[in-house]
Design a binder for this molecule. Structure first.
Ligand code: MN
Length: 286
């Protein structure tokens, strides 16, 4: 099942090329904080047959008539994996002026946090805060947690996954902590859909691609991750309790490069789909 969020706070299910509105069934609301999405995920086992019935019986809306938002709403945290692909570490080592501290892998660094307020959707724009600092794209598989998880062994870890999405971990290069460099508003585009875990039985074989202005920059596969999804959940849940709706950015393969105002950046995550975002100076969009 492919879930979308659209027109601010509607929830839909993608059906071929149309969208079935299930906002009423999942308790979607304009209220702040938008915790309905987290309650939907926590109660999804009960909701699923009701949603399946809606997909069979309800009329659809044309997908091109809706404004897509991020299909991950109000996570308590975004956990992110640094240096989780060997060839990406190698390319960073080759550019010491841009990457500064590159060299060790996730096995040295552990994980870091990104601000949930940096999330945007497929219909939004990436805002560059600095005209004179290199700001890179990183295409990644996003993992959304489905159940409260604490101290979960890797052998059990995939049972705690609700689903998968695509994301870009936008990153200013420099000396600040990763949390600072990767938490600017608009620095976590997520989407275009949230695919339930049953549609991706093996998250260790997912192709990740990225283009800038139609020119391919990244083409990797999650099989090359140093820590796979199960190991990331094992490690993260040993540090902090994972809640339904939490998002894990699993790291990027090689090919990262700078974004410039006016660029169009496209990602395609296998079994999740493709989305294109515009890049602009931050003052033009925030
Ligand atoms: Mn990253």
């Amino acid at each position: 099942m492919k879930l979308i969020v659209y027109d601010r706070s509607r929830v839909g299910i993608l059906r071929q090329s149309d969208v079935v509105d299930v906002s009423d069934l999942v308790g979607a609301s304009e209220e702040w904080p938008p915790t309905f999405f987290l309650r939907m995920i926590r109660g999804f086992d009960r909701l699923r047959p009701i949603l399946d019935e809606a997909v069979r019986t309800r009329p659809g809306l044309a997908l091109d008539r809706v404004h897509l938002g991020a299909p991950v709403v109000f996570p308590s945290k975004i956990i992110a994996a640094p240096a989780n692909y060997r060839k990406h570490i190698d390319e960073a080592v080759r550019q010491p002026e841009a990457f500064k501290r590159a060299g060790p892998s996730i096995e040295t660094y552990g994980v870091f946090l990104k601000a949930p307020s940096s999330i945007i959707g497929p219909g939004d724009s990436i805002g560059l805060p600095f005209a004179d600092r290199r700001t890179d794209h990183e295409v990644e598989l996003g993992v959304v947690i489905g159940r409260t998880a604490r101290d979960i062994p890797r052998t059990e870890a995939l049972r705690y996954v609700f689903g998968y999405t695509g994301l870009i971990d936008v990153s200013v290069r420099g000396e600040e902590e990763r949390t600072t460099r990767k938490s600017f508003d608009t620095f976590t585009p997520v989407g275009p859909v949230l695919v339930t875990a049953d549609e991706i039985p093996d998250p260790g074989d997912v192709r990740l691609q990225l283009w800038v202005n139609g020119v391919q920059r990244q083409d990797g596969n999650t099989r090359d991750m140093i820590w796979n999804v199960a190991r990331l959940i094992e490690y993260a849940s040993h540090v902090m309790t994972l809640h339904p709706g939490d998002l894990i950015a699993t790291g990027t393969p090689e090919g990262v490069g700078p974004l410039s105002p006016g660029d169009d950046v496209t990602i395609e995550v296998e079994k999740v789909g493709r989305m294109t975002l515009r890049v602009a100076p931050r003052r033009e969009i925030c």
